[in-house]
Unconditional design. Structure first.
Length: 408
């Protein structure tokens, strides 16, 4: 039934990116994704202030980020599978509603325990959103799917840049809690727009005594599709990358302030560079991957990221460090488009949502341990030691991708 509804929503040649039914939904789900990223990532440049306000350690801060990202990862497979069986609209609306509640809980958390609860709700809500959103865009766009995905993923990068500016602006005039208020308002707006614009109906999952057996069967089928050595190697490489990415997304501003002596505003600018540069390099890397070889482009991106991270650990001087952060961002952010395209190519249309969700659960789930690792090592030893460990992850990931390129 859900498939019939989705197929009836898209008419032939009706793949407009900014107008019409498809354009409106692309706008709505992309704005929602941008705000989800803004709300999650605004914590990073505010982390030193949050730690002081709640009187918590680096390890406790990292644990909160791991909880948020870990629950986000766990939601990828069930949300994808449910979006294959039910309507995309149902999953997207449920995720947005939970996110509004979660960000409100973060904004009002008086204690660390309440802060953890808010992080858990945000992680759960965020986990319900991206896989159905991408599946919805795949329903709406065929001939222009690449362009639609490019605009949608770029919205996430814009959310990161907005998070950096929002954190700096809020900390200059108010408490860190105020940063979540505009995020909540925009998410409520997106929920209303999705409710009004989408032609899909809301579908409630019914009770099925065989649900557990069906889930296990589906997981087995998905696992068998990823049972070859190349796909396992790809997931290992992506998991190591995700570990680095989530560590950097969580602690780069704190690293720049603590180790390199940057002001909060300057550290926020370095954090914003990740996403501004990402929005520029992702289309280029995706295009190169189509023209040359996706593993080759990915290996080059990881090598550049590893080299510049090593330089960042050794560098001194504001201008030199700022330049290195920009180049590091280019290498780090050039990786996802080419490898995600590789994954999407491998998924059958009928199980695209579930397969994508299962894969994202693995690599995001393992990657979510990164902030806890950085917080623990930084608290016990130093941020330099913690980031040196991330350098090792990039080197191993690059070596695996080089093997993929040589055996392609």
């Amino acid at each position: 039934m859900a498939d019939e509804l989705r197929n009836s929503d898209r008419l032939p040649n009706d793949e407009r990116l900014v107008t019409g039914y498809s354009g409106r939904l692309l706008l709505a789900v992309s704005l929602g994704w941008a705000m989800i990223q803004t709300g999650r990532l605004v914590l990073s440049p505010m982390l030193p202030t949050v730690m002081d306000s709640l009187d918590i350690t680096e390890f406790q801060a990292g644990l909160a980020l791991t909880l948020l990202w870990g629950l986000y990862a766990l939601g990828q497979y069930p949300s994808g599978r449910l979006s294959d069986r039910l309507s995309r609209k149902s999953l997207l609306a449920a995720g947005l509603a939970l996110l509004v509640v979660g960000f409100a809980a973060l904004a009002s958390a008086p204690t660390y325990s309440a802060f953890l609860l808010g992080a858990a709700i945000v992680g759960t809500g965020a986990g319900l959103y991206p896989t159905p959103a991408r599946a919805l865009l795949s329903d709406l766009f065929v001939a222009r799917r690449g362009q639609a995905f490019g605009l949608h993923t770029a919205s996430g990068d814009s959310g990161g840049a907005v998070a950096a500016g929002l954190a700096v602006g809020v900390l200059a005039v108010a408490t860190w809690r105020v940063a979540f208020l505009p995020v909540i308002l925009v998410l409520v707006t997106v929920l209303v727009l999705l409710h009004r614009w989408s032609r899909e109906t809301y579908t409630r999952p019914g009770f099925d005594a065989n649900a557990g057996r069906i889930v296990l069967r589906d997981l087995g089928v998905t696992a068998r599709r990823f049972g070859n050595r190349r796909t396992v190697a790809l997931i290992v490489a992506y998991s190591l990358y995700a570990f680095v990415w989530q560590s950097v997304a969580g602690f780069l501003p704190t690293f720049l302030q603590t180790v390199k002596g940057f002001s909060p505003a300057l550290a926020g600018g370095g954090f914003a560079a990740l996403f501004v540069v990402g929005a520029l390099v992702k289309p280029l890397s995706g295009s190169l991957g189509d023209r040359i070889s996706r593993p080759v482009v990915a290996a080059g991106a990881l090598t550049l990221a590893a080299t510049t991270l090593a330089a960042l650990l050794l560098a001194s001087g504001t201008l030199a460090i700022a330049g290195i952060v920009v180049v590091f961002a280019a290498g780090l952010m050039a990786y996802p488009p080419v490898m995600q395209a590789f994954l999407m190519d491998a998924f059958p249309d009928g199980s695209m949502g579930g397969d994508l969700g299962a894969t994202r659960t693995v690599y995001i789930g393992l990657g979510s341990l990164g902030p806890t690792y950085v917080g623990f090592v930084a608290g016990r030893v130093s941020y330099v030691t913690a980031f040196a460990g991330l350098l090792g992850c990039l080197v191993v990931s690059a070596a695996v991708v080089v093997w993929l390129a040589r055996t392609e």
